[in-house]
Ligand binder design. Structure first.
Ligand SMILES: [Zn+2]
Length: 297
């Protein structure tokens, strides 16, 4: 006779047990994402900039200050102390619960294009010597849309950070919910928001960094729930797009609607921080909220 299956729920640490992937992130790796000898055209001013020069400016146009999109790994490399990043849940891959036509092919294409398994990379690292859980979304993976895996990785990041009493830094970008996963993708809004709330109730810090674009279901859940919300300059930030809003309310929207500058003026975010100042700003915020310092006093 087979032994009765134990009904004791597995310990949380066992649920999270899995292969840990250690990734050494060097500032130099940012350069690898821009092929040498390539000229890139700025979407704002139309000027061409040499790839190497753009890598040195953290992908900010030297002529007009336009912030080019960055990959998830570039964002992590930008703030993590060298060699300190440990990735969580790199083995979670999306299923196709609805059998949505073309979804699997789309995922495969994105995996090839980005080298990622999903639209977010999560883990923990030292940032200026302060340990923090970090998530970075990647727009190159199906518009950084949030399906079950993105939602699960975000929720797990906050759950781990709550257990380990770590602050969370989340780089957000998204076109919205992963429509190919239907209602399952919408559920991620509630799941991630719940995980953020539990982290918050534990008295821990969450810094949300909104990058271009942060919209729809991601904006309406964990992206806008930061204790401190930072945005990159001129990012599009909002729920529905301007065209949908104009058609719904039958009014013309003001110029600059849904830019970082507009939402900052209207109190929706705390501060616009240029990329070059981002790491020092995060380190200052982490140091001000560091419990060890508070407890030692
Ligand atoms: Zn430019």
């Amino acid at each position: 006779m087979r032994e009765a299956v134990s009904m004791t729920p597995p310990a949380l640490k066992d649920l999270f047990r899995g292969k840990q992937k250690y990734v050494t992130v060097k500032p130099a790796s940012i350069k690898h994402e821009i092929p040498d000898g390539l000229w890139l055209k700025c979407e704002k001013c139309g000027q061409m900039t040499y790839g190497k020069e753009l890598a040195a400016t953290l992908k900010v146009c030297p002529k007009c200050g336009y912030h080019f999109k960055m990959s998830a790994m570039e964002r992590i490399a930008m703030i993590a102390d060298e060699g300190s990043f440990v990735e969580y849940d790199s083995d979670l891959i999306p299923a196709d619960p609805l059998g949505f036509p073309g979804y699997r092919e789309k995922v495969e294409k994105s995996v090839k294009a980005t080298g990622l398994s999903e639209a977010i990379v999560t883990g923990e690292a030292l940032v200026g010597g302060y340990r923090a859980a970090i998530g970075a979304m990647d727009f190159g993976f199906i518009g950084a849309s949030m399906g079950s895996v993105v939602g699960e990785k975000v929720a797990r990041t906050f759950e781990r950070a709550t257990l380990k009493r770590l602050p969370v830094i989340m780089f957000c970008t998204s076109g919205g919910a992963r429509m190919q996963e239907g209602i399952l993708s919408l559920m991620q809004m509630a799941k991630t928001s719940g995980a953020v709330m539990r982290h918050s109730h534990a008295g821990l810090l969450y810094i949300s960094v909104l990058t271009n674009p942060t919209t729809a279901g991601v904006f309406a859940s964990f992206a806008s729930l930061g204790d401190i919300i930072i945005a990159e300059p001129e990012a599009q930030i909002g729920f529905a797009g301007p065209r949908v809003i104009e058609e719904t309310i039958r009014q013309k929207l003001p110029p600059g609607f849904q830019t970082s500058e507009f939402v900052e003026r209207h109190g929706m975010i705390d501060k616009i921080v240029e990329r070059s100042a981002l790491k020092p700003t995060l380190v200052t915020l982490l140091s001000l909220h560091d419990k060890r310092v508070v407890e030692a006093k």
